[in-house]
Design a protein around this ligand. Structure first.
Ligand code: ADP
Length: 494
């Protein structure tokens, strides 16, 4: 489990990248340091060699001058001159061995065959140059080499050797070799190697542990979320994830989960209420039906009495089947199963016919109805559903208007829509109840007492309007009336 966790993966990646970076860094630092050390030593060696060469030639020139003053030839052409020069150079080297600036640097002079002629005091025994090196130097070029040598007998170590050919009259006369043990460089480089390669794993391990700790700290809210979410079930949707308000991604994720649980909670609660409402709506007529039938069956009745009971039973059954039909209609809208038969519909005609049908109801309550509308109100829609919509609205307007009241319907084009306004002078709806009246089974308390509806009519009306991509809204003042406004698009968007 742990090896599959994000925490483990983050730490692994982190350590991997850190190792690669530190390795690259170490190699760079090491190489650079090495180059600097060798560069410095080589510079020192070559400058010392140059110094020695020029000191020797100055010394020789002075000797020559002395010779010419005493009438001798100026060029050191003879063997005697050469020997004398070498003796002089040898003296010089030995003399200079005491020079503190040459303490750890040894000088030696070789002849053109690579044979050592003279060397400074305590100079290590350097193994001779290879033939290739010698050939190269005899071409007149300087050479840096790392050669084995013995500072103490039987203990070979590496020396840095700079060999410089010295020419006179266009001929290589002798070679100056300046030598330094590489011990210090070795020690410095070894120290650096140990430092880098011990520090590297230690750094990686320490930062890995710190990374694991940080990752644990960062991901702790996720563990908390997992624990909380595990506890959430359909029966336990009141639980929420509580995290400090860090405004980071995890907090946003937790908020999103909380919103989702909130929506699920609402949806479960409303489904629960819905089932309770349905049971309630069906139980009342069933209880009445059952009661009436039981009482009737207690003794023999006259045919008229049976007829009356059957009629009343039919009425209750009618109510139940209306609720069930309405519920079915709503369920179909919910599942998008209502296949609207979209055609060109003359909405004006629909409104006329619904108004005519409703007039009988209105007249029973002495309610004045009026319909004023523009001509040519044609739109794309399902005529049966639109008819049902306006039956529900007109029916409510008449139902909730007291005797001698008014129901006014107006219809007109409004840009790309047709607007139908149904207003009445009825009992109205309290402001605090307005947001709920399109909910299923919602009835304003006052209406619940007086009418025989189920609180489904406006839900169905809303579903019909929305399935036509329209909008329905309501405004109302209690005891002054209610106004329902429906806005339907002229053409049905595909
Ligand atoms: P009902 O079958 O109860 O009429 P509806 O869904 O059609 O169900 O209406 C829901 C509730 O909205 C009604 O119970 C009533 O309280 C309120 N209502 C609807 N239309 C009007 C109106 N024109 N005037 C006053 N109240 C209304």
């Amino acid at each position: 489990m742990f090896f599959k966790s994000i925490r483990f993966k983050i730490v692994l990646w982190y350590m991997g990248l850190l190792t690669i970076t530190l390795l690259a860094f170490s190699v760079l630092v090491y190489q650079n340091f090495k180059n600097v050390l060798y560069g410095d030593l080589d510079d020192l060696l070559s400058s010392r060699a140059g110094g020695i060469a020029s000191a020797i030639s100055t010394y020789w020139e002075i000797e020559e001058m002395k010779n010419s003053e005493s009438g001798k030839s100026s060029a050191p052409a003879t063997q005697a001159d050469t020997d004398k020069f070498l003796t002089m150079a040898s003296n010089w080297v030995i003399e200079k061995s005491k020079d503190p600036s040459l303490m750890s640097i040894y000088a030696q002079i070789l002849d053109v065959n690579g044979k050592k002629l003279v060397s400074s005091k305590n100079a290590p025994k350097i193994y001779t140059l290879s033939e290739d090196d010698l050939d190269y130097i005899l071409e007149g070029k300087d050479s840096f080499d790392t050669l084995k040598g013995e500072a103490q007998p039987g203990k070979p170590i590496a020396f840095r050797v700079y060999t410089k050919p010295v020419q006179q009259d266009g001929k290589i006369k002798y070679l100056i070799q300046v030598v330094s043990a590489q011990g210090l460089i070795y020690i410095a480089l070894k120290g650096l190697r140990i430092l880098l390669f011990v520090l590297l794993p230690i750094t990686v391990i320490i930062t890995g542990i710190a990374g694991a700790f940080l990752a644990r700290l960062t991901l702790r809210p996720v563990d908390h979320m997992i624990d909380t979410l595990k506890k959430i079930t359909a029966e336990n949707l009141k639980l929420r994830i509580h995290l400090p308000d860090t405004k980071d991604e995890i907090k946003r994720l937790a908020d999103t989960f909380n919103d989702m649980i909130e929506r699920l909670d609402k949806s479960f609660t409303s489904q629960h209420e819905f089932i309770q409402d349905i049971s309630h709506e069906l139980r009342t007529p069933l209880t009445i039906l059952k009661g009436e039938l039981e009482v009737t069956l207690k003794k023999l009745r006259s045919p008229e009495e049976y007829e009356a009971v059957l009629n009343s039973s039919l009425e209750e059954i009618g109510k139940m089947s209306r609720v069930i039909e309405d519920l079915l209609a709503l369920a179909r809208f919910d599942n998008n199963q209502v296949a609207l038969e979209i055609r060109r519909v003359d909405l004006g005609g629909v409104l006329n016919r619904v108004m005519d049908d409703m007039k009988i109801l209105a007249q029973q309550k002495d309610i004045d109805t009026s319909l004023s509308r523009q001509d040519n109100l044609i739109l794309d829609g399902d005529e049966d559903q639109l008819r049902r919509l306006f039956v529900n609205l007109f029916d409510n307007a008449i139902k909730y208007t007291l005797r001698k009241g008014k129901v006014i319907v107006m219809a007109q084009k409004d840009g790309s829509h047709i607007k139908v306004v149904v207003s009445d002078t009825g009992i109205g709806i309290p402001e605090e109840e307005l947001p709920y009246i399109f909910d299923r089974f919602y009835q304003v308390a006052r209406a619940r007492r007086t009418n025989h509806g189920f609180g489904l009519g406006l839900s169905i009306a809303k579903s019909i309007v929305e399935s036509h991509r329209g909008v329905i809204s309501v405004t109302s003042q209690p005891n002054q009336g209610a106004t329902f406004t429906v806005s339907l698009p002229l053409s049905y968007p595909v």
